[in-house]
Each structure stands twice: as C-alpha cells, then as structure tokens.
Design a protein around this ligand. Structure first.
Ligand code: SF4
Length: 313
C-alpha cells in the first residue's frame, strides 16, 4: 500500500506530505459526511496495519531521494490513524530523522480514552481532533460510532489528552445541515470547549462528496454566527465560493479529494457544486502542474491525483 501521498496543498498546513497508515475505510466511526465513503472495517482494535519501518522507507524515498520539502508531515487519509498501533514509533522516527518538519495528526479523537494512544501522540507538534456534536442522538446519526465508543467516553478522552499534551491542540467541528446545527449542540459545545480550552477551534462543513446522499452543508452565515458565540480562538476553516482566493482553495480541495479517490466530472461538479466550465479551469490548472491524470474504468472517465509529486508551486 502507498503510505506517503502528496505533497498536497492545504490551507491550514501549507504544503503537506500526507501519511495514510490504515487500510481504506478502517475507522472507529462511519460519518455520514465522510469523503472517503462508508466505513467497511469498523473497529476499535488497534493493529500494526503499516510498520514504522515501511513508512520510514517511503519517507526516505520522497524526502531524501526525491527532495520533496513539505511544510508539514500529516497523518491523515482513508481511515482513523490512531488505529495503527505503530503511530507512536512513527512519530518518534519522523521527529528524530526530519526535525525541521512539524508533525500533524488529524484524528477523530475517539481513541484518546486509551492511555497508550494519548502517550503515542505526545511527540506530535499538532493534534487536530474532531468533536462535531455533544448531543447523543446527533452523535449517533452523524458520526455513527463503533458501539463501544460512548459519547461520554469519547469526550472524557479529549479532556484526558488535553491535560498531558504540550503541543498545539485543535478541535474541529464539522456541521451538517439539519443534524448537528442545533441550538442544543451549539450551546453544550460552547460549555465543553470553554472547559477543554483547546488552542484553537476550526469550524467546518461538508465541502466534498459525502458518504451518504442528502447530507448538506450549512451556510457561511451560520458558521459566522457559531464563531461569534464560541469565542476568540475559533475560526471558520471552510472556504466558500466567491472569496478572494476561491480559485486556489477550490482547486486544492479538488486535488485533495482526487488523491484520496478517483472521481468523474459529474462527481466533482456535484460534490463541489460547480459548473462544467469552472471545473475545466481547475482541471486544466492541475493537469498543467502534473498533479492529476485521467483513468478509465467501466467505460467511464475518472480523474485521480498523482501521489509522490513534488511539484506543487
Ligand atoms: S470522516 Fe474521518 S472519522 Fe469519519 S468515517 Fe471518515 S475517516 Fe472516519
């Protein structure tokens, strides 16, 4: 399996080299908005899905041989990275071998109640964990967690981690229209975030094709209001159409989605809510940079992001 992907441009983490360390859709949740599709391997059993030695070999190839210089090295990808029991050894290896590159872990945070998971993440520079809702029914509907991950356990894990972690701790809240955009959730989230005191809170919504049909984003005005209510260290991460740097951001989001899975033109138009001509502009730009390629499957044309490309300007 390809472990290292990108580098991909990321609004928050510059040019980021991605590490995908669990098999496709191995997760503790099956979020209805997941851009990688439904979870096929729902588990809380941690395993060495990818060995530290294999990751080290790929990283060496990309950084030392190909000369890729990312701004960040980010654990992300097609499932929940903390399910890989090697993640602690991997982080230590990266910090030792490539001390100039900050390590980011994007996690759903659902395993932080496990002491070993908390300890293994301690050396990461940034840990961004999700907390979309603190309302039980919404949690079950939106995140569709493994039956053993009770909401109370999940939240307790975040608090335990906060106590011991010295790096930058970020909470991401993703809102889906009609599910967790309720007054009850926003008000309870406010209380919990006040006590949890993350370094920053990122508000987000559904911007890429979700796992389930009918899952829709909230609008920019809603996120703006939530930001005002939740406090100073809260920022809206989603880029809406019409912003000044909209082109780069939408293009980069398309690239990220294509690196994770191939998409047809229709998928992209629907998922990013853009017209044919606009999509052509993004694809032209990505092709020119050598970041995507066309593949055929079942008589249909798809586009996919190319891994191991170091030519993002
Ligand atoms: S969004 Fe993240 S946490 Fe949710 S199912 Fe997808 S990979 Fe798992």
């Amino acid at each position: 399996m390809g472990i290292v992907f990108g580098p991909v441009p990321s609004r928050r983490y510059g040019v980021s080299l991605g590490l995908d360390i669990v098999p496709l859709k191995t997760c503790t949740f099956s979020c209805v908005y997941c851009e990688v599709g439904r979870t096929t391997n729902m588990t809380i059993e941690r395993q060495p899905f990818v060995l530290k030695e294999d990751l080290a070999g790929e990283l060496k190839e990309v950084i030392q041989v190909k000369g890729v210089k990312p701004d960040y090295i980010t654990f992300a990808g097609s499932g929940e990275p903390t399910l890989n029991s090697e993640i602690g050894r991997m982080i230590k290896h990266i910090k030792r071998t490539y001390p100039d590159y900050p390590v980011v872990v994007l996690t759903n945070g659902s395993l932080l109640w496990m002491k070993e998971v908390r300890e293994e993440l301690l050396d990461a520079d940034i840990v961004e964990a999700s907390l979309d809702t603190v309302v039980e029914e919404e949690y079950k509907k939106l995140n569709r967690p493994h039956r053993d991950i009770l909401l109370s356990l999940y939240i307790a894990g975040l608090f335990e981690f906060r106590k011991v972690y010295k790096g930058r701790f970020i909470i991401e809240v993703l809102f889906a229209k009609g599910i967790n955009d309720t007054e009850e959730n926003i008000s309870r989230l406010g209380d919990i975030l006040k006590r949890l005191e993350p370094d920053s809170v990122h508000l987000n919504t559904v911007v890429r094709p979700p796992a389930e049909k009918g899952i829709e984003p909230v609008d920019e005005a809603f996120l703006g209001k939530v930001k005002e209510r939740l406090g100073r260290n809260v920022e809206v991460s989603t880029v809406f159409h019409g912003t000044k740097t909209g082109f780069e951001n939408i293009r980069d989001n398309i690239l990220k989605a294509l690196i994770i899975r191939p998409m047809s033109r229709e998928d992209m138009q629907q998922g990013f809510n853009i017209g044919e001509e606009e999509l052509d502009e993004y694809l032209k730009d990505l092709r020119k940079r050598g970041l995507i390629e066309e593949v055929e499957f079942g008589g249909k044309k798809y586009f996919q992001g190319i891994r191991y490309k170091g030519n993002i300007s």
